[in-house]
Design a protein around this ligand. Sequence first.
Ligand code: FAD
Length: 449
Amino acid sequence: MTKNKAQANQRLPDLGRRKFLKVSAASALAGTLPATALLASGTAQAIETRARIVIVGAGAAGISLASRLTKAIRNPDITIIDAREAHYYQPGLTLVAVGAWKDVNKLVDKNERYLPRSVKWVKESVAAFDPDHNRVFTHSGTSVPYDYLLVATGVEIRFDLVDGLNPNLIGQHGIACVYDTPEHGAATARVINELVERGGKALMTRPITAIKCAGAPVKIALLTEHRLREANTRSNVDMHYLSAEPALFSQPDINQFLYEHMPKRGIAIRNRHELVAIDPGRKHATFRTEDGEITEDYDFIHAVPPMTAPSPVRESALAWQDGPFVGWLEVDRHTLQHTRYGNVFGVGDVVGTPVGKTAASVKAQVPVAVTNLLARIQGQTTLPARYDGYTSCPLITERGKAILVEFDYELKMVPSFGFINPYQEHWVPWILKDKMLQAAYQAMLRGRV
Ligand SMILES: Cc1cc2nc3c(=O)[nH]c(=O)nc-3n(C[C@H](O)[C@H](O)[C@H](O)COP(=O)(O)OP(=O)(O)OC[C@H]3O[C@@H](n4cnc5c(N)ncnc54)[C@H](O)[C@@H]3O)c2cc1C
């Protein structure tokens, strides 16, 4: 047994690894199952309606919504719109990027494997939303009318907002980016390997906008540092974490942990440094700081672009028009119903709410949106289900260890597993992430959890 596991087991006298795998198999996508989920799991009676339901986006949220609604409505009229046929398991990107998962194909799946047969699939993107006339327009100009709309488009990765950066550069000139396709994950693994072999100066960045899986930039920094130690080349690399934000993490206890932990591992932290330009030929990166722009040279850069809602959402009447979430989908943070268009709901990364943007949030949000949509269809004036902001991130600190960070809108930690300390590194969250999360994610797509 390794020293780390022995230490972990000392803190965990009653639960061995094997027993843990058994008891937690059903709950790997951390978070308790809201009572509202009963509706879709078949214990409540399916309702009757001929309402036309349109879902935009067939990612984690869109497919889970389609699956649950199909179980909750007899003979439903559901249309899903998304041009992408492949389904990417994004939580595995970090594992591919740092070489923990060697097979990139583990990330690639097909939407058709999860979409219920009765759901009509329009294989196009939505170009425009017209909520005043209850319709969306696809890129080919087709108008798709609806009675109820569910928006689940995820985010748009804004490479265009960093001067000189574009997705084709990932994997070249020392440029890495784990967001957000399997190709980017594999290309990031290649440039991390180059860093491990050649050494040099490494910059890890984090943009100013909300991003999906806000822990991923930190995870890449910590896991790269661990790779270097494993390869005995740590002393060849000078590591810097430059974040545009004033803090490292939104949850204060984890923020404090990182401020102590990263310097101990030789990673210098600089806040309020926003990556605004990159010169791949010269390997220069320019950051906006409070004291003006500064330029740093680098041998390796993990460049995380800003993220926004996709332009058709951002530029539509459905977006928040002002305030902290301007441009993101305007929903009530608890009911997930649009605050101005009552027949519109939002789920997943696209919603303008204070925290979220993880698959774990999607798992908590989908039953809420489904329950509230059905209540609305049935003419109820009060929406019964509430989302409390639950989000979760297995914050991997090194291969074999992680902290299972789970919190809500109040930034209060809400641990699912009482037997592990939610503020300490432990092997259990690593096993969850490495071995169990994908099966739980697939069960979520099928509307089973
Ligand atoms: C590197 C990385 C690591 C992550 N790690 C974790 C983790 O450990 N744990 C965790 O819980 N979560 C993690 N996540 C986050 C998780 O993957 C996302 O939060 C989740 O996929 C969000 O689901 P979604 O349906 O909102 O968006 P997506 O799954 O991204 O799907 C959005 C869909 O909308 C479609 N779309 C976009 N625009 C349009 C349009 N105009 N018309 C039609 N369709 C459109 C897209 O093609 C896509 O299919 C990670 C993400 C990344 C990138």
